[in-house]
Design a protein around this ligand. Structure first.
Ligand code: 5AD
Ligand code: SF4
Length: 484
């Protein structure tokens, strides 16, 4: 099972939506976990905007506090539990009328526990039940606990146009699939987010057209496993075999969807996340190579470099197959950037398996990565069948060794841009100085350069003169052709 990147700096961000004058009630919504969760919070805020709620960043004045939660590792759940205690302290001491709701992956995993045993929340809503929130709120108003954690076979929220919370107005996320069928043995997501289903292409294209008309310049197509996207008129991915001949003949896969988006919006830049090696096909790489406006970047989690561990993880590919995929990607798009997710200390992992992971890093030469030590998740196959037998200090040491190798390679990889002129989409002020813009190149590396007369939303050609391990430093040499 794949996940989108979890950005530490964004965890717990509370989000604000422009005010609707007639709305009287105040919603405080906070998100944890992956980009998918952040995108879902935008769907929820959109539903609640029609129920009289404006968002606020002041917790104490909120009528409704929602926390969109993540279950991927134990640490994520611990953080959310602490936040819930905080909300409850505010409710007890400052704002007794405040209602608290749990959304997302923990809602599904812990269900009644929040309501019955711990009595810390008023409402529990799973990832497929957000449209039921208006009804659930009525239950809460009547003094009843409200819960809906039913997972759906169809729900993709295709008919809801999400409001963009704390957006820079330039880059946005658009969900294309929900759920995951891969059943990696370490991963809780198939249980929290259910079976894989794809969203209708028309509604995806409409959402992108709307973003374009509002001035957005970059869209990231989101899903737990985007390469597995398959539209054949609705229904679960696993039921495709049962589809009619007509449905099969007119089906749309990820390569086709990507091709359509890039063709129809030639001046919009496209990214996607996350790719699962076993579902990433050469057609997708070819479509990427064909379109200038599809970024040369693939997040391609590998989890381990050992074929034996990959098998224990149920990853459906060997080390060698992954290497062949990487060879093909570099052959078709030599200038591409790859990033990884890796788990250190999966059950039964030996020193030799760990060495295989280190040597895979050297082989692939990822530009960056997201590395974790194994955290057993209740209900997963690994938790049921395998003992969490790698000692914590060994996990930690292996993780540090992986991070060290990755950081060295990252710096080497980033240096390759020095002397090159790269196309940058300007997003915002640089963190260090308000005299510099910050944006990203096609490979998703952050680039900073003096502002001159450029503005956010411009595509600018920047000549790179220096770098740190994660940031390129340069000077603008003019607009990109994409601006013509
Ligand atoms: N323990 C540690 N890391 C995990 N991930 C998923 N499940 C676990 C777990 N049980 C990591 C994977 C995934 C990323 C989002 O989180 O590397 O790709
Ligand atoms: Fe996203 Fe849920 Fe996975 Fe967390 S557990 S990363 S919120 S899908």
């Amino acid at each position: 099972m794949e996940e989108k990147v979890i950005e530490e700096s964004k965890q717990g961000t509370s989000m604000v939506l422009e005010t609707k004058k007639e709305n009287q009630k105040k919603l405080f919504i906070e998100s944890y976990g992956c980009q998918m969760n952040f995108a879902d919070s935008e769907v929820v805020a959109s539903i609640l905007a029609n129920e009289g709620y404006n968002t606020t960043q002041v917790l104490e004045e909120a009528d409704l506090v929602l926390v969109n939660t993540c279950s991927i590792r134990d640490k994520a759940e611990v953080t959310v539990r602490k936040r819930l205690q905080m909300y409850n302290a505010v409710k007890r001491d400052i704002n007794p009328k405040m209602k608290v709701g749990v959304l997302g992956c923990m809602a599904e995993r812990l269900k009644e526990k929040f309501l019955d045993e711990e009595k810390i929340v008023d409402m529990v809503v799973g990832p497929d039940a957000y449209k039921d929130i208006p009804n659930l709120l009525k239950e809460v108003e009547d003094g009843r606990d409200a819960i809906n954690v039913i997972l759906s076979r169809e729900e993709t929220y295709a008919d809801i146009s999400p409001v963009r919370l704390s957006s820079n107005g330039i880059t946005a996320f658009v969900s294309i699939t929900r759920g995951c069928d891969n059943m990696c043995t370490f991963c809780v997501v198939p249980f929290t987010r259910g079976r894989e289903r794809s969203r209708e292409p028309e509604s995806i294209v409409e959402e992108i057209a709307d973003l374009w008309s509002k001035g957005f310049k970059e869209v990231t197509l989101l899903g737990q496993n985007v390469d597995s996207y398959l539209w054949y008129g609705g229904g679960l991915k696993k039921d495709f075999e049962k589809a009619s001949e007509m449905q099969k003949a007119t089906s749309v896969d990820f390569a086709q969807l990507l091709d359509r988006c890039a063709t129809q919006f030639p001046k919009m830049r496209f990214r996607f996340s996350t790719s699962n090696p076993q579902d990433m096909h050469i057609e997708v790489i070819e479509v990427m190579a064909k379109h200038h406006n599809i970024c040369n970047y693939i997040h391609l989690p590998v989890q381990s470099g050992s074929t034996r561990i990959l098998k224990e993880m149920n990853r459906q590919h060997t080390r060698e197959e992954y290497m062949t995929l990487v060879d093909n990607i570099y052959r078709i798009i030599p200038d591409i950037t790859l990033s990884q997710d890796i788990i250190a200390g999966f059950p039964t992992e030996t020193e030799e398996d760990h060495q295989d992971t280190l040597s895979l890093l050297e082989y692939v030469r990822y530009d960056f990565g997201f590395m974790f030590s194994y955290s057993e998740r209740p209900g997963t196959l690994a938790a049921r069948k395998m003992e969490d037998d790698v000692p914590e200090e060994v996990k930690k040491r292996r993780l540090n060794e992986i991070i060290e190798v990755q950081q060295r390679i990252a710096l080497e990889r980033t240096k390759r841009f020095i002397g090159q002129t790269v196309e940058v989409l300007v997003e915002k002020d640089s963190k260090r100085s308000d005299k510099q813009w910050s944006g990203r190149n096609s490979q998703s590396t952050v680039v900073v350069f003096p502002k001159e007369n450029y503005k956010p939303g411009d595509f600018v050609m920047v000549k790179i003169s220096d770098c740190t391990s994660g940031t390129l430093i340069g000077e603008a040499v003019g607009y990109s052709e994409i601006m013509n």
